[in-house]
Design a protein around this ligand. Structure first.
Ligand code: M3L
Length: 288
């Protein structure tokens, strides 16, 4: 089994992640708290209240986890394509796989990465939603002191299953939308590249960016539900399950609720995924 895809997936994921984390914090806050009027309001308030550091809350854990998550995604994707089409990464420009194969391989990668991602994502969302400024003396201390304390508290209070809160919603969010992710990337690359040639860096950047946007646009409704289910149990509303969360969110706030965070998700998705795909392709080229 070729392993360089796993390593390339890890490094490229980490680069994309740092770039996108501030957007991600604003998104999670908009999705789960109703004190902000919009992206600008949330950004200004976060900055005033918590300084630039506020935007990087909850990042250390995702950086560590992206090693597992993005490498599982890209590694499984590429190895699934190898199993389906008997072509390695380098042979795929001459013998391009069908979009159905790309979709199936993307869904497989998406499904497996969702399970690795679930506990890390839960901790990220919980830390991002702590709005207490870090350095304030005398105020009430935040509930979680950091990722490890957060994981330990969830484990103690809710048992190991507590760490997988929202995991179903996450799997449903990621399986089809990561299929869409790789299909969009491949399609855009092929449109802009003569047959048999490697796509240029600009093509990879643009195709990666748009693949990220397409995937996030389709993932946003379940992203909202996922974040809410992860926050449930923390003094926020408890849900009976995924359907209950969908129905009660839509009843109380209208259908628009499913698109909360869409603009910011898309704004974040372009740079993150442009950089992810560019570094992934570059590393594989370097090692090839
Ligand atoms: C499938 N879904 C759109 C949810 C995620 C796509 C993941 C791509 C990249 N790691 C990123 O964070 O943008």
């Amino acid at each position: 089994m070729p392993v360089e895809e796993f390593v390339a997936g890890w490094i490229s994921g980490a680069l994309g992640l740092v770039l996108g984390h501030p957007f991600d914090t604003v998104k999670v806050r908009l999705q789960t708290q109703s004190t902000y009027r919009g992206i600008i309001d949330c950004t200004v308030k976060t900055y005033r209240h918590e300084s630039i550091l506020g935007f990087f809350k909850g990042m250390s854990f995702p950086i560590a986890s992206i090693a597992v998550v993005n490498s599982v995604l890209f590694g499984v994707y590429s190895n699934a394509l190898l199993a389906l089409t008997a072509t390695s990464h380098h042979e795929r420009r001459l013998q391009p796989p069908s979009y159905t194969h790309v979709f199936i391989a993307g869904c497989t990668g998406g499904f497996l990465q969702a399970y690795c991602l679930a506990p890390f994502d839960l901790i990220k969302v919980r830390l991002q939603n702590q709005t207490e400024p870090r350095a304030r003396q005398g105020g009430p201390p935040p509930r979680y002191r950091g990722p490890v304390h957060c994981a330990a508290s969830i484990f103690q209070e809710e048992g190991p299953r507590g760490l997988f809160r929202g995991a179903w919603a996450l799997t449903l969010r990621d399986t089809p939308t990561l299929g869409i992710y790789f299909v969009s990337y491949e399609w855009l690359c092929r449109q802009a590249t003569p047959d048999g040639q490697n796509p240029s860096s600009t093509t990879v950047l643009v195709a990666g960016g748009f693949a990220g946007i397409t995937s996030w646009v389709t993932a946003t409704p379940l992203d909202v539900i996922k974040s809410r289910m992860q926050m449930a149990g923390l003094g926020q509303r408890e849900y009976q399950g995924l359907l209950d969360c969908m129905v009660s969110s839509a009843r109380q706030e209208g259908l628009g609720v499913f698109f909360r965070g869409l603009t910011i998700n898309s704004a974040r998705a372009f740079p993150v995924n442009a950089v992810t795909f560019l570094s992934y392709e570059y590393l594989l080229h370097l090692w090839g």
